[in-house]
Design a protein around this ligand. Structure first.
Ligand SMILES: [Zn+2]
Length: 175
């Protein structure tokens, strides 16, 4: 079991005092009274859908989930809206400038990396596009990107359950 973030928060980041209550949320420093509420961190994902009702999948080039499939997306920056974040991430990862977004749903996710589990809230949007220019992949994040019907062969290879659940939720709305 990979420990959550709060279980490795052993010292106050402000004054360095060892925490007598590791794992408690919020963290409260017994010396300087610094308070910290642990995540969920907010991330975004996009279901980019073409005229054939296929979804744009990316193959991840790094861990977590290296070699597995995902949706374009990433973490929301401080001061940024979820909408702006998803537009930015789509542009960065696959070189598409999307003009239109619809809110879809959210699912919790856990980002397991370097021995720590970070709780995430994934916010999903749908963007429909009919004219698809050449995709320009961000090699540091994406090995491949392709449109495919959201069927079991792809859904069983998703890096994150939240991405699969969002696609299944979308499909359930279409019938
Ligand atoms: Zn402190």
């Amino acid at each position: 079991m990979i420990p959550p973030f709060e279980d490795v928060f052993n010292y106050c980041p402000v004054c360095g005092t060892p925490s007598p209550m590791v794992g408690q949320n919020p963290f409260v420093c017994t010396d300087c009274d610094f308070h910290f509420h642990f995540p969920p961190t907010v991330a975004v994902g996009a279901l980019i859908i073409n005229d054939q009702q296929e979804i744009l999948f990316i193959e991840r080039s790094k861990n977590p989930g290296k070699g597995l499939l995902g949706l374009p997306g990433g973490f929301v920056d401080a001061g940024e809206t979820a909408e702006a974040a998803v537009v930015r991430e789509i542009k960065e990862e696959v070189g598409l400038v999307v003009q239109q977004l619809e809110y879809l749903t959210t699912f919790p996710n856990v980002y397991q990396y370097k021995g720590v589990a970070n709780d995430i809230l994934d916010v999903f949007f749908v963007s429909r596009i009919s004219d698809i220019p050449n995709l320009q992949l961000q090699a540091s994040e994406v090995v491949d990107a392709f449109f495919g019907a959201p069927a079991a062969d792809f859904l069983s290879r998703m890096a994150f359950d939240s991405n699969r659940l969002a696609i299944e939720f979308y499909q359930s709305q279409q019938s």
